[in-house]
Write a protein that binds this ligand. Structure first.
Ligand code: SAH
Length: 231
């Protein structure tokens, strides 16, 4: 039913280049489910955020098979969130919410300060952040790492270029106090796993668009600039 909704919405919105349903089963549903072995380690009630979820990938297939985990799907495009709300409603999913926001803004959202401490907020809130097809690792790390708790994981669905991107992201991972925990070979590609070691420095994420325009630690000039940020 999800795939039918995705294919139907794709006729009026650009959600996926794959129009063949058979191929979509493999490239979308099966590919999303390759994250299950990692997420299966989570306790009931754990929270997962899908950054740049677009048509709902990998978030929706995972939410269908893991009803005891909370999923937050985030996308910067309002139209896509309206479609995702219809999917969530249509499928009767009770463990998913869709938010129209940029990851940069959510990563800086510390919630409200109350006498009891801080409540709400997306920063350092999630057990896992994941993303597929949103950008290179150096850039994506800045969008995702601030959202997870210390000890939390970031899962990036990647292809052949995973190693190359990781190499280019070395400085960024260092600045974000995050380790490369491993890369899992799956039948459809690779899943790069990062683990947040310590609190994210308050400079990150930088303002909207900056992580993409000038990825952390990539390129000489920007490397110097970010290194001079008191890190
Ligand atoms: N994950 C989906 C969609 C990938 S397309 C899939 O694998 O099919 C990338 C999506 O990321 C787009 O829908 C775009 O709107 C969203 N996006 C890009 N940058 C973003 C940001 N900074 N914050 C939130 N969403 C973003």
């Amino acid at each position: 039913m999800y795939l039918a909704m995705l294919m139907h919405a794709n006729t009026r919105m650009n959600l996926t280049a794959i129009r063949d349903e058979e191929a979509a089963w493999e490239k979308h549903i099966f590919d999303a489910l390759t994250l299950v072995p990692v997420l299966a380690e989570l306790d009931d009630g754990a929270s997962v955020v899908d950054i740049g979820s677009g048509g709902g990938l990998p978030g929706i297939p995972l939410a269908i098979v893991m009803p005891k985990v909370w999923f937050t799907l985030v996308d910067a495009t309002k139209k896509k969130i309206e479609y995702l709300d219809q999917v969530i409603d249509g499928l009767g999913l009770k463990n998913v919410r869709a938010i129209n926001a940029r990851a940069e803004g959510l990563g800086a959202d510390r919630g409200e300060k109350t006498p009891a401490g801080r409540v709400g907020g997306h920063r350092a809130h999630y057990d896992v952040a994941m993303a597929r097809g949103v950008g290179q690792i150096a850039m994506l790390a800045e969008l995702t790492v601030p959202l997870v708790k210390i000890g939390g994981l970031v899962l990036m669905t990647k292809g052949q270029r995973a190693e190359e991107e990781l190499e280019a992201a070395k400085a960024a991972l260092h600045m974000l106090h995050t380790n490369h925990a491993g890369t899992i070979e799956t039948p459809t590609g690779r899943v790069v796993v990062l683990e947040k070691q310590r609190k994210t420095p308050r400079d990150y994420p930088r303002r909207d668009g900056e992580p993409k325009r000038s990825p952390l630690g990539v390129g000489k000039k920007d490397g110097k600039k970010t290194m001079g940020n008191g890190q």
